[in-house]
Ligand binder design. Structure first.
Ligand code: SF4
Length: 63
C-alpha cells in the first residue's frame, strides 16, 4: 500500500524548507507559519523524502 505524508503542524516552525525543496507537494498557509499538503494523497517521492530529511523539526512523517 502507498505510504501517506503527514505533517505534525504542532511541531512545524514555518521555516519553509519543505516548500523550497518540493513546492508541488508542500505549501505555506496564509499566515506563513505552518506548512500544509497541497494534495493529501501525494506520493512519497525522493523529493518528499529529501524534504523530510531537511525538516529541522522532523515533523514530516510517513504512515
Ligand atoms: S520543513 Fe518542517 S518545519 Fe519547515 S515548514 Fe516544512 S514541515 Fe514545517
Amino acid at each position: 500500500m502507498a505510504r501517506c505524508i503527514i505533517i505534525d503542524v504542532y511541531e512545524c516552525n514555518g521555516c519553509g524548507s519543505c516548500v523550497e525543496i518540493c513546492p508541488d507537494v508542500f505549501a505555506m498557509n496564509d499566515e506563513g507559519d505552518k506548512a500544509y499538503l497541497l494534495d493529501s494523497e501525494a506520493e512519497v517521492t525522493e523529493k518528499v523524502e529529501e524534504a523530510a530529511a531537511y525538516c529541522a523539526q522532523k515533523c514530516i512523517e510517513f504512515d
